[in-house]
Design a protein around this ligand. Structure first.
Ligand code: SF4
Length: 453
């Protein structure tokens, strides 16, 4: 999961992209970068490890730029940490690309097109696009050609040293991408909220849609499409966890979908409790729906240390340390109470286990854990980092067994049917049902993506 942004028009495109990346920071905190069109048909890239303000030194960015793209990284392919920051330039430095998603067949494409093994899908993607650009002489045609062979999720922004620009979303639209198009400005962002913050009206890009600018002049930019479009299959996990609550995805506001998830969960629950406690921040919207549905008081007894960052999207080596510093509980509100904890999901089970133990230490009378989404039983290869069944707490376990692992008194999950109802449109449900957006060989993909360091 990552975030991308782009800006064309005015004379401060790179600074605008920097601001939009701040609005997308929740989508990736391992690395960040900006590429902009420099003087004399050059591509300038500024990137580094960490969050936007750490990775990008504003004094290294030209304040006079017509065209820029940017990226925040949460690694789901290639090595962990900030060593593989995007945007990435091709070997000839004619093309630069930033994307959100995963190319599932990158290993095969590397062998087929370049006769070598790639260790990161972003390198394969930019090399392929640059090669096709050299063959076709047009960036949009190059990306259209690439879409014929790419299998996977990609919401991308790219430009050439000549100043051609393309934004595109894969034919099934797994990851979000939104845009603003006017005579003065073209802006692209992974989430609508980042465009909203810039005071821009926005539309969402449809699956298989592209925006092409032959020059960095907004007046010349227009909407086009990739070679083919499938039935849209947006990632349902975006609604559950990733999106900012104030972002829209395929016309559905994330907060609204999450409140409904909590409401649906309340309908199938009759446990007796004194308070409903959200797991901040991602469980809060669902907890509002659950609390309203059950008529039980919502109480913020779990404190979140925001300065630690999102544990779920941190590299494995950092997760336990961050988790130990991330939560605290309000003891006076917990002691002697029966608490329903509402979380957005339970993936590895480490957060659920931690919260349950904190509440027990604070002498809760009972801890009832609730997940707004169904059990995550299958891996994801489309832009979220749980590529192996072995790491999933629900893999090979019954709900009763998972309850024991996390240490709760009772455990209840939402149903797949209820989740579909809350989102109200066909989505990728791969991690819940193994019905993925694109057909994949599960064991083969698991082997490839689990090799990460
Ligand atoms: S498998 Fe799950 S997390 Fe991955 S794209 Fe599909 S719904 Fe999203």
């Amino acid at each position: 999961m990552c975030g991308v942004a782009a800006w064309i028009g005015g004379d401060d495109a790179a600074l605008r992209v920097y601001e939009m990346l701040l609005g997308l920071q929740h989508r990736g905190q391992e690395a960040a970068g900006i590429a902009y069109l420099g003087n004399g048909n050059s591509i300038v890239v500024v990137k580094g490890c960490g969050t936007v303000t750490t990775a990008i030194n504003l004094s290294n960015i030209s304040s006079k730029t017509l065209l820029a793209i940017g990226h925040v990284r949460y690694s789901t392919s290639g090595s962990y940490g900030g060593t593989l920051a995007q945007p990435v330039t091709g070997p000839k430095k004619f093309v630069v690309v930033a994307f959100n998603g995963n190319i599932v067949n990158y290993y095969e494409l590397g062998l087929e097109f370049f006769g070598r093994e790639y260790g990161w899908d972003a390198h394969l993607l930019v090399d392929l696009i640059e090669q096709l650009y050299l063959d076709h002489g047009n960036l949009l045609d190059a990306i259209k050609e690439a879409s014929k062979v790419l299998v996977g999720a990609y919401s991308l922004v790219a430009f050439t040293a000549r100043g051609e620009f393309v934004a595109a979303r894969d034919p099934k639209g797994v990851r979000p991408l939104a845009y603003h198009l006017s005579d003065k400005v073209v802006a692209i962002a992974s989430e609508t909220a980042a465009l909203e913050e810039q005071g821009l009206y926005w539309k969402e890009m449809g699956n298989g849609m592209a925006i092409y600018c032959p020059t960095p002049n907004p007046r010349e930019c227009y909407v086009d499409h990739l070679g083919w479009r499938g039935d849209p299959r947006p990632c349902v996990f975006e609604y559950i966890y990733f999106l900012r609550p104030d972002s829209f995805f395929e016309g559905v506001e994330a907060h609204r979908a999450r409140v409904k998830m909590g409401f649906e969960l309340a309908k199938i629950d009759d446990v007796e409790a004194d308070i409903v406690a959200p797991v901040p921040d991602s469980g809060r919207s669902a907890a509002i729906g659950y609390s309203a549905g059950r008529g039980i008081l919502l109480d913020e007894v779990i404190y979140l240390n925001r300065y630690v960052g999102r544990v779920f999207i941190s590299p494995p080596s950092e997760r336990n340390v961050k988790l130990s510093r991330k939560f605290g509980v309000v003891k006076s509100s917990v002691k002697g109470r029966r608490i329903v904890v509402v979380d957005d999901s339970i993936v590895r089970g480490i957060t659920a286990k931690k919260i349950t133990s904190l509440l027990r230490r604070a002498e809760a009378r009972a801890v009832h854990y609730r997940s707004a989404s169904p059990p995550v039983r299958y891996p994801c290869f489309f832009g979220i980092d749980f590529p192996s069944r072995r790491e999933l707490v629900a893999y090979g376990r019954t709900v009763e067994e998972i309850k024991s692992v996390i240490g709760a008194d009772t455990l209840l999950y939402n149903t797949v049917k209820a989740l579909k109802k809350c989102v109200g449109r066909p989505t990728c449900m791969g991690c819940f049902t193994s019905e993925y957006a694109y057909p994949i060989n599960l064991s083969k993909a698991e082997k490839l993506f689990s090799k990460r360091m």
